[in-house]
Design a protein around this ligand. Sequence first.
Ligand code: SF4
Length: 298
Amino acid sequence: MTTSATPLPLADLTRLHDEILDWFTRAARDLPWRRDASPWAVMVSEFMLQQTPVSRVLPAYEAWLGRWPTPAALAGESPGEAVRAWGRLGYPRRALRLHAAATAIVDRHDGEVPDSLDALLALPGVGAYTAAAISSFAFGRREVVLDTNVRRVFARVIGGEQFPPAAVTGAERDLAATLLPVRDAHRWAAATMELGAVVCTARTPRCDECPVADLCRWRAADYPAYDGPVRRGQAWHGTDRQCRGRLMAVLRDTPGPVPKSTLDLVWPDALQRERALDGLVADGLVEPLADGLFSLPR
Ligand code: SF4
């Protein structure tokens, strides 16, 4: 987003707040982490939603909280069980980090998810976004919560551009802070996120259903095409990530240790397979045992 986006006049800012919050009241999806969820449930949802769509997160979230309704319940099991239960959500290091965070919550906070931003940020795997999201959604605090959906909405409505920059900039944070309403800030965070997720989507924004269409500068400028650096989709087929996924699937689906010869069957390119396996071991997702056996971390 440009650093020179002209601020909205106050009347438009008020309308932006009202329209988006009213729309959220009418149209918000009924998601379990929005229904009187515990701070732990919100935290689990935020870890899962970081890189996985809602539809895939829902069953995993329900199963996870059914099995581990508190941080202490998760901390009482091995990290490998967390990785196994993570299933096919992808980026399984998140499961390890969530397990480490649960352990830290038990050790440092008597098993209760802390409510201060600093304490949240000190937990393993909790960065600026996740800490702000937990503080906002679980504790109703006033925080700038900037995920890709919110960033895209602000880039379009205020910046007049199709997409935000590749990585969050200080200008975006400053803008988001100036847009944050004094009241209802936690609902604003959820509402702007929802608007980006279901209406102002990356590829096919549904402007005819958008509550702030008449305030949107990108629309007013007739949708100028993005002219920033090339945006690459994440490749999958044939990549080390796909190879890692295959190796992890075998380890998840096997109750005990797995012989190397079994892992060798999942991917034909030996060099790539070894590299992927080394990477999984280095990441702590796989544990090499004696006699050429491998297992999830114990
Ligand atoms: Fe997004 Fe269209 Fe709404 Fe602008 S008018 S915020 S592009 S959905």
